[in-house]
Design a protein around this ligand. Sequence first.
Ligand code: GDP
Ligand code: ZN
Length: 376
Amino acid sequence: MHDLSHLRSPLSTVSRLIGTVIAVQANFYQVRLDQPLKDHHNALISHLLCTRRTRLKKIGQTVMVGDRVIIEEPDYQDARGAIAQVLPRKTELSRPPVANAEQILLVFALDEPLLEPWQLSRFLIKAESTAIPFLLCLNKADLLTSTQQKTWQERLEKWGYNPLLISVMTSQGLKALKDSLKGKITILAGPSGVGKSSLINTLIPQVEQRVNQVSGKLQKGRHTTRHVELFELPEGGLLADTPGFNQPHLDCSPTQLINYFPEAKQQLEKGNCQFSNCFHRGEPNCVVDENWERYEHYLTFLEEAIAREEASQQMADQESSVKLKIKESGQEYYEPKLETKKYRRTSRRQKHQNLQELYENQSLEILEEFEDDLDF
Ligand code: GDP
Ligand code: ZN
């Protein structure tokens, strides 16, 4: 008998390749391998462009940026592979769609654009509601005097936060920031114009170069709002850029809301309100007083949360007739739904045919619109 064991061993070592998904575009996944492979010319391959196994599609297993995946059938020649399995997620965010994020880096500017307390509150509440630890960074410190900087610092400390004041321009605070990003998956969030792109370019000097190396297919949809990409930090760690994340959608319940204000939560920890469903707006024997700067913010967000809960109740009772809208200011409201869009009436089969055509034309941005509908 011939001994065939030597034929099996090389196969079994390549069949359990593990990596992290760093970019998703339509049905392609850019995966950074934990351990680079060697191709036939002994050159190192650190990334593979992968598709997802049909089996995963069938069981409804999605693949997100940040996912830890097992890859099969790597093709060294073209740096391709197939995702066979997604390892269990530690955390999962839907907006932006990122798996295994360990922290959120919330960036605001102290000036230009002017720091808007109301907008900052909305982002802070959103960040609090994810239960993922976050770091608040205030950029453009160079535009403020040190006294003005100190005023903001103290004001936010009263809110229960310890912001890191930075300046991409003068490098103030960047060393401390780099230290806290080391070795972690971090989600970058904040309104536009505060310096997020400038920060990425400073943290990852070769980023433009690297982005250009990404294949044509992945490159195309880079600036669409649903696109998320993980940038690799030189000191280790990944940073998720989230374009279009400038008006976060809140979805907490009215009773949860108070817990997202650290300065009020602290009061709650001292005792119980008389009513277990207390909204903390002047009810008898409420332990939360009205003596805090963001109390007004709380009341406005509370109204929103109550309206949202009532609307979802209505939706459960009857076929949905209202639609959630978000104003310029970030305020949410409901309006009656208009007639369903035409393309929604096309059959599933027709949609798939259209999709096939789109794939062939590689119109990925349009494809993304369809994917929203299809729920792959
Ligand atoms: P993004 O929309 O959050 O990505 O913001 P950008 O990175 O595009 O920056 C918006 C503007 O702010 C640009 O004109 C930057 O040059 C400027 N900017 C970024 N960081 C700083 C900073 O630390 N100080 C000052 N004064 N301007 C900055
Ligand atoms: Zn109360």
